[in-house]
Design a protein. Structure first.
Length: 183
């Protein structure tokens, strides 16, 4: 799905497919360099990270492996206490592995603060985070992201893995959803 296909649903286009792809290539080049002899285990967080994982991993020139986790965060009251639930755990043991967590977006940072702590307790050789987007104004948990695509405003964004009611994940660019769609 292209931006033009849903242009009426968007109040703003933040990034085109070309801009996102160009940034993913830059991130992949950094990862290639940093993990030159390390064959990282890339851990994607379902569902949103599917697109960034697909693009980033294919842009690498080094070998990597992929695994996936699914997380559910509770409602806002509970979420602020840092409670998230693992719906699907890794298939892979990560002790001694170089783990790279791959996310579509860092919003409050709750998901990644929890995940990084959880995975760190499994004794990987290293653990780093890659995220396509971050909302700095919404951050309330410290997240040390080594590979970041773009900082974005705290608006309701869709595309490149990010959904509204299950739709727009397959949108190639990233845009702000018009309030008329959800109000
Ligand atoms: C989104 C996103 C991150 C999380 C970030 O997932 O993919 O995992 O929210 O938010 P946080 O920084 O406030 O924790 P979501 O729960 O919407 O699930 P999805 O990936 O299946 O859309």
């Amino acid at each position: 799905m292209n931006l033009d296909d849903v242009r009426d649903d968007l109040s703003t286009v933040l990034f085109t497919e070309e801009q996102i792809q160009a940034r993913m290539l830059e991130l992949a080049a950094q990862i290639d360099k940093d993990y030159a002899d390390k064959s990282p285990l890339m851990v994607g967080i379902l569902n949103g990270a599917v697109m960034v994982m697909a693009d980033l991993s294919r842009a690498l020139t080094i070998h990597c492996e992929m695994d996936w986790m699914a997380i559910s965060s509770y409602g806002s009251g509970v979420a602020s206490s840092g409670v998230v639930r693992i719906l699907k755990d890794l298939n892979t043991a990560i002790a001694g592995r170089h783990v790279l967590i791959v996310e579509d977006i860092i919003d409050t940072g709750l998901t990644l603060a929890y995940l990084a702590g959880n995975l760190r307790s499994r004794n990987p050789a290293s653990i780093e985070i890659c995220a396509a987007f971050r909302k700095p104004e919404a951050l309330c948990n410290e997240v040390n992201v080594k590979y970041l695509g773009f900082d974005i405003p705290s608006d309701f964004v869709v595309g490149y893995g990010l959904d509204y009611a299950g739709h727009y994940r397959n949108l190639r660019g990233l845009g702000v959803l018009s309030p008329k769609v959800y109000s």
